[in-house]
Design a protein around this ligand. Structure first.
Ligand SMILES: N[C@H](C=O)CCC(=O)O
Length: 426
C-alpha cells in the first residue's frame, strides 16, 4: 500500500471524503488522490518520494513555480513582525496601489481571503448598487461556492455531477439566470426582454472551470454593450485568468473593460487571498463608505500581501508573459504531435500560460456542450498514464492546466515524451 493510500484512508475518518476541497478527491478519474509533502519550482514530491512535473500549480497561483526563493524570503521576513493584526497595515495600501497601477479599470479595491468571498461580495455590491436582484451567469463558469453562484456551475461541482447544489434556496437560485457561454445572440435576446431587471453579468473572461475556454470573437464586447444599455454591472471573474494570461489579465488581453473585477490565486503568491475592485462610483457603496456590508478578520493579511506583492513584482518583469506563453505553446504543440502520431483525436486550447486539452474529433472548442462531448474514458486513461510517468495534471476534464515560468525545456520535452508513450496505449 502506498503512503498516499494509507493517508487517504486515514483522512476519510474525520474529513468528509478525505479532502478539504472536492475536486482533489479524484472522483471523476478514479483511484487514490496523491498526497504531496513538498513542492519546488516545477515539481511536486509525493509522500512516497516520487517526483512529478506539475501542471496544476495549486490551481494557478504557482506562476513563478513553487516556493520561489524570493517569495519565501519575503514571507519569512514579514512573519517575524506578526501574523495578523485585524487592524490597518501599510502593506495593504501598497497592494491596493499596485493593483490600481497595473489594471486601468480598477480605481478602488478591497482585499479578502478567497476568490469565493470576492465574487460573492461583487454580486452583493452589484445588487446593492443597482437595486436589482437578478444576476446573469453562464453554464460551466464557476465563481466560487456562494449560494447565488452555485447554479449550473463548473469546476468540482460539475466534476462531481452536482452543478446546481442542494442547499441553495430555490428562491435565491431563481434570481440567477444561467445562459449559454459564448452565445452572444442569446445574451442580446434575454437583455432585450429583461435587461432592466438585471443587476449584473458575471463571467470568467477566459473560462478555466470547464477546461480552458477562451471567449468567442465579440462575446465580451457584447456583454459590455448590453450592460451599458441596461445599466447592469459587468463583472469579470479573473480569479483564475487575472495576472495569468497576461499582466493585465483577460481584460488587457481582449481589450474589454469591466465595471468590477474579482481576483485570487496569483495575487496571493500561494497564500489565501482574494480581491474585488473597479469603478470608484460602484466601490463607494461598500461599507464603511457606503451601506453594502462586507468584512473579514484576515482580509489584507500582511503575510499574504507580502507574498502577493513579491509575485506581482516578479511577473511584471519584461518578457515574463512572452516567455510563459512560449513555454505553454511548446507544450501544446508537443502534446498535439504525440496524439496525431498515435492517431488519437485530440485538440488543445491556450490563452497565455493557461491551457486545456480535449479528447475530441472537434477543433476550436469554445462551447460547454463541446467540452461535455469529449471522450471521458480516454481522458481518464491518459490521466493515470501521465501520473504513472510522473506528470501531474488536473484530475478533471473540467479544469484548466497551468504552466509556470520554472518549467524548463527539458521538463516540457519530458512531458511530451511521456504523452507520446501514453497516447499509444489509449
Ligand atoms: N477550479 C477550482 C479552483 O479554481 C479548483 C480548485 C478547488 O476547487 O479546490
Amino acid at each position: 500500500m502506498s503512503k498516499s493510500q494509507m493517508l487517504f484512508e486515514a483522512a476519510q475518518k474525520h474529513i468528509p471524503g478525505g479532502v478539504n476541497s472536492p475536486v482533489r478527491a479524484f472522483k471523476s478519474v478514479g483511484g487514490t488522490p496523491v498526497f504531496f509533502k513538498a513542492a519546488k519550482g516545477a515539481y511536486l514530491t509525493d509522500e512516497d518520494d516520487k517526483q512529478y512535473i506539475d501542471y496544476v500549480g495549486s490551481w494557478g497561483p504557482a506562476i513563478l513555480g513553487h516556493a520561489h526563493p524570493e517569495v519565501i524570503k519575503t514571507v519569512q521576513e514579514k512573519a517575524e513582525f506578526g501574523l495578523s493584526f485585524g487592524a490597518p497595515t501599510a502593506i495593504e495600501t501598497t497592494m491596493a496601489d499596485k493593483i490600481c497601477e497595473i489594471i486601468p479599470s480598477i480605481e478602488m479595491v478591497r482585499m479578502v481571503s478567497s476568490g469565493t468571498e470576492a465574487t460573492m461580495t461583487a454580486i452583493r455590491l452589484a445588487r446593492g448598487y443597482t437595486g436589482r436582484d437578478k444576476i446573469v451567469k453562464f453554464e460551466g463558469c464557476y465563481h466560487g461556492h456562494s449560494d447565488s453562484l452555485l447554479v449550473k456551475a463548473g469546476s468540482g461541482a460539475l466534476t462531481l455531477g452536482v452543478p446546481s447544489s442542494p442547499g441553495v434556496p430555490a428562491a435565491l437560485a431563481s434570481e440567477t439566470i444561467t445562459l449559454t457561454h459564448n452565445d452572444a445572440d442569446e445574451v442580446r435576446r434575454v437583455f432585450a426582454e429583461i435587461g432592466e431587471q438585471v443587476a449584473c453579468i458575471i463571467v470568467e473572461p477566459v473560462a478555466g472551470n470547464m477546461n480552458c475556454i477562451p471567449p468567442e470573437e465579440g462575446f465580451l464586447q457584447t456583454l459590455r454593450e448590453v450592460c451599458d444599455e441596461s445599466g447592469a454591472v459587468l463583472i469579470f471573474d479573473e480569479v483564475m485568468c487575472g495576472f495569468r494570461v497576461g499582466l493585465q489579465g483577460a481584460q488587457g488581453y481582449y481589450g474589454v473593460q469591466p465595471d468590477l473585477t474579482t481576483y485570487g490565486k496569483v495575487i496571493g503568491g500561494g497564500m489565501p487571498v482574494g480581491a474585488f475592485g473597479g469603478k470608484k462610483e460602484i466601490m463607494s457603496h461598500i461599507a464603511p463608505l457606503g451601506p453594502v456590508y462586507q468584512a473579514g478578520t484576515l482580509s489584507g493579511n500582511p503575510i499574504a500581501m507580502a507574498a502577493g506583492l513579491k509575485t506581482l513584482e516578479l511577473i511584471s518583469a519584461e518578457d515574463f508573459f512572452e516567455t510563459l506563453t512560449a513555454k505553454t505553446t511548446k507544450l501544446l504543440i508537443g502534446l498535439q504531435q504525440a496524439a496525431d502520431d498515435a492517431g488519437i483525436p485530440f485538440t488543445t486550447n491556450q490563452v497565455g500560460g493557461m491551457f486545456g486539452y480535449f479528447f475530441s474529433e472537434q477543433k476550436n472548442i469554445s462551447r460547454f456542450a463541446q467540452v461535455c462531448q469529449g471522450d471521458m474514458e480516454r481522458f481518464k486513461k491518459f490521466y493515470h498514464g501521465m501520473l504513472n510517468e510522473g506528470v501531474y495534471l488536473a484530475p478533471s476534464a473540467f479544469e484548466a492546466g497551468f504552466v509556470s515560468i520554472m518549467h524548463s525545456d527539458t521538463d516540457i520535452e519530458q512531458t511530451i515524451n511521456a504523452a507520446a508513450k501514453v497516447m499509444k496505449t489509449l
